[in-house]
Ligand binder design. Sequence first.
Ligand code: GDP
Ligand code: IMO
Ligand code: MG
Length: 427
Amino acid sequence: MPLIAVVGAQWGDEGKGKVVDLLAEKADLVVRFSGGPNAGHTVSNPYGEFRLHLVPSGIFYPHTRCLIGNGVVVSPAVLLEELEHLQKKGVDTSRLSISTRAHLIMPYHTLLDKLEEEARGSKALGTTRSGVGPAYMDKVARLGIRAGELLDKEGLLQRLRFVLEQKNILLTKVYGAPPLSLEEVYDQYCQYGDCLAPFICETEPIIKEALEREEIILLEGAQGTLLDIDFGTYPYVTSSSPVAAGAFVGLGLSPKRIDYILGVCKAYTTRVGGGPMPTELGDETGESIRQIAHEYGATTGRPRRCGWFDAVAARFSAYINSFNGVALTRLDVLDTFASIKVCTGYKVNGDIIDQFPSSSAVLQRCQPIYEEIPGWQSPTTHLRHFEALPPLAQSYIKRLEELIACPISLVSVGPRREQTIIVRPIL
Ligand code: GDP
Ligand code: IMO
Ligand code: MG
């Protein structure tokens, strides 16, 4: 099983970092293919606890190469800070490579992310304000600056002069903000270029050779399917394609290559930022989940919106990605609940539907139809085998499997690597 994609099945923060850190033990190459520093992947391992924004979660194993693919938008400032932090904690970061084709987040992107959000007023998307959306806009508008350009300072100056002229018109004339200085931005990015030069290279041959050697390659998804630019709750989405298919263009990989797609789902639902979420609980149950699970954003610290598991949404994700298996995380968070609900359909405009609607306006009006399942009310965090789980927890997992129409391969009962139950081996 050499090529495995790990993809978020909900609205992000499903525990992809934990799952990748676990599976990476057997991987030769771990690769990020989409998103940027809007991602916050928590990894809790013998080196400590880390919130990775750009560095793939395989960085902790000395035998694993890590790669930031062309589909990622890279903030040099965030990346350098992350590398410094990892190095301080004794992690060897020399096995990281960054694609020459990856686009860079520039200072005007972060500024515009903030200004655009402010201009949206009550219709703000609740972005992470990390400049990711504006950087992808420039990529498509053919105004982007790529990592490879940091290696050619003369060329960089010419590109930056041209792009910054346009950005300064936007900043000053549309938003009434002060212009950015070409000299300052150029000097700063030359310095970033000096620091990042050892990492920037053509990454396609690295993947090609790993495939030829039949090495184990892990594709680390960021965000989640319901935040996908096409299949998510538009416009309350991110600006990239976090679905498995995003890995093909985000890395230069043929769709023929992928062997296994693992969807990561929490045993309940969370969301940060704006947009519809049918199972959101605005009551004390939602607050209990937030407190028990400490549901606050890894990137922004914002409280996450919490609710019951939405099987309509998860089934949609399973279809869009064609999951071979699901990693069900944070089961332990439900350990104390006397009763647990699962959304099996929506009621909207007098109809009952079991399809995830494409319109956010419709989804906003959807009322969840719940199935109530008795809670197991005993700790699971120390358990390592499916059969050792309380029978009611086993029933909950089996019911989710039926509803998602996909086998659950792995159950996570805590943030650390070893707090995992392998139901069906993936590697
Ligand atoms: P990601 O963005 O998908 O990598 O997820 P985040 O790191 O943003 O959020 C997941 C959170 O859940 C992190 O704080 C993890 O340490 C934690 N976590 C992951 N799996 C489990 C689990 O099975 N149980 C508990 N209690 N926490 C978990
Ligand atoms: P990981 O990889 C959860 C959300 C933001 C906002 C929307 C758009 O940790 O799962 P953006 O900054 O991307 O333009 O914001 O997407 N969002 C995430 N939510 N986890 C993430 O990443 C997210 N990345 C973006 O909160 O609603
Ligand atoms: Mg996260």
